[in-house]
Design a protein around this ligand. Structure first.
Ligand code: ZN
Length: 83
């Protein structure tokens, strides 16, 4: 990264949303740059939350749909070949 790009990155960081996690040492918000979910990398920013155990997005449901999509693709390929 060249010097100008570095300066632009630093300027953008000033306006970036901040982590609001409570700091046990100071009692103030954390203030590190926040990730997409509003928390910094040390306060759950990388976390997607607890595991999904019910409904459309459980690992089992996703795997099942992926399996059916693979079957559908192979059947469509078969149909295309026979035409
Ligand atoms: Zn934080």
């Amino acid at each position: 990264m060249n010097n100008k790009a570095m300066q632009q990155a630093r300027a953008a960081l000033v306006l970036h949303p901040r982590c609001g996690a409570h700091c046990r040492r100071t009692g103030q918000p954390c203030r590190n740059p926040a990730m997409a979910n509003g928390r910094c990398r040390m306060h759950g920013g990388k976390s997607t939350g607890r595991p999904t155990i019910h409904g459309r997005y459980t690992k089992a449901a996703l795997a099942q749909r992926a399996g059916w999509l693979a079957v559908e693709r192979s059947l469509r390929a078969l149909i295309d070949k026979s035409e």
